[in-house]
Design a protein around this ligand. Structure first.
Ligand SMILES: C=C(O[C@@H]1C=C(C(=O)O)C=C[C@H]1O)C(=O)O
Length: 143
């Protein structure tokens, strides 16, 4: 719910809800309204799906953290051997591969490409900082 919302919304069944998603017209008696059971079912399904979304988001964060630990090491290796921060031919291979994986997984390949480019741009920024001496020390985790 946004903070700018002043009026009551309706839930997915069209019933009036308050800002917490609770029915405003329901007296709380499970037997008095035909909409009550449906409301509870919808809320339970929404909560179940949101639990899965939260688990997936946590997995994404942990996987990204592991990826950045690897790329930080690559950055130090490159800086130590005067290699350039970016490697466009490697990136082209990764993008082609990720687009194929996305298509097979029924994920929009253009979205997958944008996401990878966003991540790689951040990695290259880190590598540039490591090379110019303003980056994170080797082995530092920030924890
Ligand atoms: C991590 C590297 O450095 C850069 C970042 C990449 C990435 O985040 O996957 C890929 C290529 C490089 O532009 C690398 O060269 O492998």
């Amino acid at each position: 719910m946004t903070t700018s919302n002043t009026g009551d919304a309706t839930d997915p069944t069209g019933n009036a809800t308050d800002d917490s998603g609770n029915p405003t017209s329901d007296t709380g008696d499970a037997t008095d309204s035909p909409g009550t059971d449906a409301d509870a079912t919808v809320r339970a399904e929404l909560a179940r799906l949101r639990d899965s979304i939260d688990n997936i988001d946590a997995a994404v964060v942990h996987m990204l953290a592991e990826r950045f630990k690897c790329t930080q090491q690559v950055g130090h290796l490159k800086a130590a051997h005067q290699l350039p921060p970016a490697d466009p031919s490697r990136e082209a291979q990764q993008i082609a591969r990720l687009r194929r994986l996305a298509e097979n997984a029924k994920l929009d390949p253009a979205f997958a490409e944008k996401l990878l480019n966003f991540i790689i741009a951040e990695v290259i920024r880190h590598h540039e900082s490591i090379a110019d001496g303003t980056g994170q020390a080797a082995g530092a985790t920030g924890e």
